[in-house]
Design a protein around this ligand. Structure first.
Ligand code: FAD
Length: 395
């Protein structure tokens, strides 16, 4: 299954965006000369969150750590070739910005507080009154809106697919090995994982293990006797064409009615959770076709009258790895195991966090702690302390 070797310094379970980012950052680090194995149950990635993502990055978070992660993500996207090499492609960012809308004072206050935090951290998010919103986006109705916030230039859709394939390709070139298998068990001794057991009956000995199993992360954690509050949750995405194109790019609008929508090249994209949000089976990707007709389209047309005349072109279901504690990433070592590192629970913002998290987990393995960016506010240890990191701006 894994070629000649039966022992690796680092074994990564899950080879999509997060697993590949960790592998790449580790392999390129001059302070690391160990062996790395990535175990992936489905190398087509057909059902991975990474393949169903909307691939956007935003500065508009409400916690310092998430803004700091995004600041690095933006730098990484803009300077990808400096990090990856002269022969690497540029990573394109369609910087239409996110547009958050508030229709009551508590929501407006959250936007003001978040904007002030973002400004302190160097982000150019602007608050817009309802008059300013009307002037900037005359094709939208804002009768129910009292404040908005927008950050064009630093937010939008980035080419996460290219970033992911470059992580993988370059990691392989630097000697990272891949195994097509499912990790089915973790053999434990003395509070450490000694071996990862694979679906073909073989096992590999390991120094460190990284849980990068996305929506299936709780299953991997349970193999070490750890309860991880991460579950698969469905998210719907719809691609549509408008008969009358809007006069400017539509920002990723986070509508208080619970859906979001944006420009998608020459088309448009909308997304939403199911009517009743909750855990789903990891194999369940069934679409609820009524939701487009009954909920999404009416809400779009309500905000943007030109969207009365639209045609649905494509739709899909993806899974968030939904962290039920606080919808934020769960990172690093859990007190229950000395050598199992977590990189899970990203909910709706894992793709943009992959550069910072991949680097962080790699440095943690090499140096025994966070280095370039202190990711401790997102430590998985907060589960034990029962201390959620509440993020007001979740999608
Ligand atoms: C509809 C939708 C829209 C999104 N939009 C955005 C966005 O705009 N911006 C953003 O930043 N994020 C977004 N996200 C979130 C983002 O896509 C995810 O956080 C990110 O892709 C997570 O990557 P991952 O590698 O952790 O998980 P995944 O991509 O799910 O990969 C996990 C991998 O682990 C493998 N695996 C699982 N268990 C095992 C096992 N036991 N053995 C071996 N392999 C295993 C799986 O096969 C899979 O390939 C969105 C997600 C969805 C669903």
């Amino acid at each position: 299954m894994t070629g000649e070797r039966s022992s690796f310094d680092v074994v990564i379970i899950g080879g999509a965006m997060i697993g590949s980012a960790v592998a790449w950052w580790l392999a390129r680090d001059r302070d690391f000369d160990g062996s790395i194995l990535v175990i992936e149950r489905d190398p087509s990635f057909e059902f991975a969150s990474t393949s169903h993502t909307n691939s956007c990055i935003r500065m508009q978070f409400g916690t310092k750590i998430n803004v700091a992660i995004s600041r690095f993500g933006l730098e990484f996207i803009g300077s990808f070739r400096e990090f990856a090499g002269e022969d690497a492609p540029e990573i394109h960012l369609d910087d239409f910005g996110y547009l958050y809308l508030a229709r009551d004072e508590p929501a407006a206050d959250r936007l003001r507080t978040a904007q002030a935090l973002q400004a302190r951290m160097g982000a150019g998010t602007k608050l817009l009154s309802s008059g300013q919103l009307r002037a900037a986006f005359p094709f939208m109705r804002f009768d129910d809106v009292i404040l908005g916030s927008h950050n064009p230039g630093e937010e939008g859709c980035f080419d996460g697919g290219t970033m992911f394939s470059e992580f993988r390709r370059r990691a392989r070139k630097m000697g990272v090995e891949e195994a097509r298998a499912e990790a089915t068990g973790l053999r434990m001794a003395g509070g450490r994982v000694t071996h990862v057991e694979l679906s073909d009956g073989s096992s590999v000995a390991c120094g460190h293990v990284v849980n990068a199993a996305g929506p299936r992360a709780a299953t991997v954690a349970a193999m070490a006797g750890i309860v991880l509050p991460v579950e698969p949750r469905k998210r719907y995405t719809f691609i549509f064409e408008a008969e009358d194109k809007l006069p400017r790019r539509l920002p990723l609008t986070v509508d208080p009615c619970g859906i979001h929508y944006r420009t998608d090249g020459g088309l448009y994209m909308a997304g939403c959770p199911p009517e009743t949000d909750g855990p789903c089976d990891a194999e369940d990707f069934e679409m609820d076709h009524a939701i487009w007709e009954e909920r999404v389209w009416p809400a779009l047309a309500e905000r943007i009258p030109a969207f009365e005349r639209i045609r649905l072109r494509n739709s899909w279901v993806g899974h968030y790895a939904y962290n039920t504690l606080d919808q934020n990433a769960l990172l690093g070592l859990h007190p229950g195991c000395d050598n199992l590192l977590f990189a899970n629970g990203f909910s709706g913002h894992g793709l943009q966090q992959a550069p910072a998290v991949g680097r962080g987990i790699a440095e943690h393995i090499i140096h025994g702690g966070w280095r370039s960016l202190d990711l401790s506010p997102l430590s998985v240890a907060r589960l034990v302390e029962g201390a959620p990191l509440t993020e007001a701006a979740v999608i």
